[in-house]
Design a protein around this ligand. Structure first.
Ligand code: IDP
Ligand code: MG
Length: 134
């Protein structure tokens, strides 16, 4: 079984969408094998978003992601990395199709509700980063 790291962002908490999004993940047939609520510090976020460090919106992402609690999860299932990315929808809110989480609920690219690992390599790194073991 493949594993991925999923994180529900602070807008999810503020808007009361945690249950809705967890429900979509479960209904798709994936298993949540670990889950916790946490407040992230700048240090871990700079590491997590290091691929975007030179973008003009980097500080906006850090401010947003430290603005409230997140829910971190390990999710397991067949081809779950790609499957979660499909459930999430495109990164840019205007490219995210209706029926996807971002397409249905996001009207902003920074505040786009959900993170999911984009490859097996990043899934392992991110699960270790947020849960300490793989
Ligand atoms: P992903 O979350 O779909 O994997 P990444 O490119 O890894 O997309 O970007 C990480 C996060 O940075 C996005 O989810 C979003 O919150 C934010 N972000 C990415 N691109 C932009 C942008 O063009 N403007 C504002 N925020 C962005
Ligand atoms: Mg990404």
């Amino acid at each position: 079984m493949e594993k991925t790291y999923v994180m529900l962002k602070p807008d999810c908490y503020k808007r009361g969408l945690i249950g809705e999004i967890i429900s979509r993940i479960e209904k798709k047939g994936y298993q949540i094998t670990n889950i916790k609520m946490l407040t992230l510090n700048e240090e871990i976020l700079k590491e997590h978003y290091s691929h975007l460090a030179d973008k003009p919106f980097f500080s906006e992402i850090i401010n947003f992601m430290t603005s409230g609690p997140v829910v971190g999860m390990i999710v397991e299932g067949e081809s779950v990395i790609e499957g979660i990315r499909i459930l999430m929808g495109a990164t840019k809110w205007h490219d995210a199709l209706p029926g996807t989480i971002r397409g249905d609920f996001a009207n902003n690219t920074t505040e786009n509700l959900i993170h999911g690992s984009d490859s097996r390599e990043t899934a392992e790194i991110e699960i270790k980063r947020f849960f300490g073991e793989f």
